[in-house]
Design a protein around this ligand. Structure first.
Ligand code: AKG
Ligand code: FE2
Length: 132
């Protein structure tokens, strides 16, 4: 079993797994998938959708998936961090060269809005919800 391509809707994702790899991340806008290699006892931390909006797009919420191709069992555990209240770009990250790319939004309303939507897992959801 694996996981289909998606971006996480939270603020930060912290992942850990047993020593069976499977997580793949798309770092650029091309077709290349990077397989995540964990050091023993390490965590993998990703800035995800709400962090991308907060950072005015400086950090990208990377599409990722889980691809399994062996017979070994894989276990992973995820901690999803939310931002309580309004997510708003700090003024230090806005200037003439970097106009705001996301409107302030309530993180839980974003989650609620897309909870039952077929595009919940789509990377465009955050841009459709609060993109400028
Ligand atoms: O199993 C993993 O390493 C990733 C799982 C994942 O992407 C998720 O739960 O959102
Ligand atoms: Fe994920």
């Amino acid at each position: 079993m694996g996981a289909a391509i998606h971006t996480d809707k939270h603020f930060l994702t912290i992942l850990s797994q047993n020593q069976v790899d499977g997580l793949e991340v798309k770092i650029k806008d091309d077709d290349e998938w990077v397989r995540v290699k964990y050091l023993p006892s390490s965590f993998f931390v990703m800035a995800v959708d709400a962090f991308m909006a907060w950072s005015n797009g400086r950090l990208r919420s990377a599409p990722h998936r889980v691809v399994m191709n062996g017979q070994e069992d894989r276990y992973s555990i995820a901690l999803f961090k939310f931002k309580n209240g309004t997510v708003e770009i700090p003024e230090e990250l806005i200037d003439d060269e970097h106009p705001p790319r996301f409107k302030p939004f309530d993180h839980f309303k974003f989650l609620e809005f897309y909870a039952k939507s077929p595009i919940y897992f789509d990377e465009r959801a955050i841009k459709l919800f609060c993109g400028v």
